[in-house]
Design a protein around this ligand. Structure first.
Ligand code: FAD
Length: 410
């Protein structure tokens, strides 16, 4: 039996930031990762809040020095040529007002390497296969087939799409969000905007909000291009993923111009039904972080931000608990996380039912008054109580929608 203070399942951003914080506070960490790194995972566009969390964990400098594509904001554009450019500098005065677009194979390896440098003991290509909650013992099967048991004071599940503890403890809960698919690949040689927004993520609304396209520049020449739509919309084309991707890109007025001379540099990938939820986020001996908990939707690039926030929060509370201070995991962790998740949930729902696009594309005088508050949310500052969208997300979105359109959404 291998003893440690904290056992972490998975070496994505959530696991790495938790590991880095815990070892820097003097606790022993065993982190076990199933796959050999570098490995691809979807989710390449970060928000400014990520920079703040990485800074607090002592990991920002390494990220800044890695040469990732600078991201100054986000632009939304529809087929009617309405455009909304969101510059992160227009936030509510929060410290960080830019972020990065990252190849996750490089970014995730960098963070895991940093956690290891700080002192975490990392074991790659080993899979967590069982968990005894009462004894707090985790079973791991290593690459050579051997089995090892670990006993920890706290187990942190950062297994992302692997959803290890939700599966093993029957904690999975279905997502209330509609079933959506994403079809994506990387291209080289796209024609970038020349107005200073070339490093921004561009989101093109397809048709009458049938789908949307992400355009994430990863370097001066390479861009990640993904299409997100309902499963029913994807199936209605009766095409395989490559044909569907090519069809949508060739027919969208903005994409067809941007990618006129671009070449695909990898296979077209597909991921479907990715929204997920859990019945609870913690137990007496464990806590779940990142995508192992709830994942909403990619439209506002919130996934890594929530993964880093929850990983950092879980580590901070574990340290408090180890020091003998009182921690109320419901209030201090789950309720805290749900404040931010619920802000993004309202934005996601309002995006798909059209309220948010009416707000973003509004030309009504006065729309600029709420600008900083919207930018702050889109920067990932979804715990800032000075922002009405944080305090009462649904009421704030509906009141703004009504003020700008004159239509009562209730
Ligand atoms: P992960 O990054 O999934 O890492 C979990 C790790 O755990 C993996 O390395 C895995 O191998 C390991 N693991 C799994 N099972 C086991 C096991 N049994 N034993 C040991 N290890 C295990 N987010 C953004 O911020 N920006 C975006 O632009 C964005 N776009 C997205 C687009 C789409 C279509 C989708 C579906 C998601 C997108 N996301 C985006 C979300 C993003 O992918 C996730 O939120 C993020 O990767 C979560 O990080 P994590 O650390 O929780 O998990």
């Amino acid at each position: 039996m291998t003893e440690c203070d904290v056992f972490i399942i998975g070496g994505g951003p959530a696991g790495s930031i938790a590991a880095a914080k815990l070892v820097q506070a003097g606790y022993s960490v065993e982190l076990v990762e199933k796959i050999k790194f570098p490995r691809f995972v979807i989710g390449e566009s970060l928000l400014p809040r990520c920079n703040e969390l990485l800074e607090e964990a002592g990991m920002l400098e390494a990220v800044e020095n890695a040469g990732f594509q600078f991201k100054g904001g986000v632009a939304f554009q529809n087929e009617q040529d309405d455009i909304k450019v969101v510059n992160f500098e227009q936030n509510m005065g929060q410290k960080h007002n830019s972020s990065f677009q990252v190849r996750r194979e490089t970014f995730d390896k960098l963070l895991l390497d940093e956690a290891e440098k700080f002192g975490a003991h990392v074991t790659m290509e080993s899979e967590v296969t069982a968990y005894n909650e009462t004894a707090n013992v985790v079973t791991v099967v290593h690459k050579d087939g051997s089995e090892e048991k670990y006993h920890a004071k706290k187990v942190i599940d950062a297994s992302g799409y692997g959803r290890v503890l939700p599966r093993l403890l029957d904690l999975d809960a279905g997502s209330a969000l509609a079933l959506r698919d994403a079809v994506f690949c990387r291209v080289e040689g796209d024609i970038r905007p020349t107005d200073g927004t070339d490093g921004y993520i561009y989101v093109y609304v397809v048709g009458d909000n049938d789908a949307w396209i992400w355009n994430i520049p990863l370097s001066p020449t390479v861009t990640s291009v993904g299409i997100v739509c309902s499963d029913a919309y994807y199936r209605s084309f009766n095409m395989d993923q490559k044909a569907f991707w090519e069809h949508i890109i060739a027919n969208d007025p903005h994409a067809k111009k941007r990618y006129a001379k671009a070449k695909r540099i990898n296979e077209v990938g597909f991921i479907g039904g990715y929204s997920s939820n859990v019945k609870k986020m913690f137990g007496d001996n464990f806590v779940m972080v990142g995508n192992a908990t709830e994942f909403l939707d990619p439209v506002f690039s919130s996934g890594v931000t929530l993964a880093l926030e929850s990983g950092a929060k879980a580590a901070d509370l574990t340290i408090k608990e180890f020091k003998g201070e009182a921690v109320d995991w419901q209030r201090d962790y789950e309720d805290y996380m749900m404040i931010g998740v619920n802000v993004f949930r309202e934005y996601v729902e309002a995006w798909y039912d059209g309220r948010l696009q009416s707000i973003l594309f509004s030309k009504t005088p006065g729309a600029d008054k709420i600008e900083r508050k919207v930018v702050s949310v889109l920067s990932g500052y979804v715990w800032d109580k000075k922002n009405m969208f944080v305090n009462a997300p649904t009421e704030a979105v509906n009141a703004t929608y009504k003020a700008l359109t004159g239509v009562d959404p209730y």
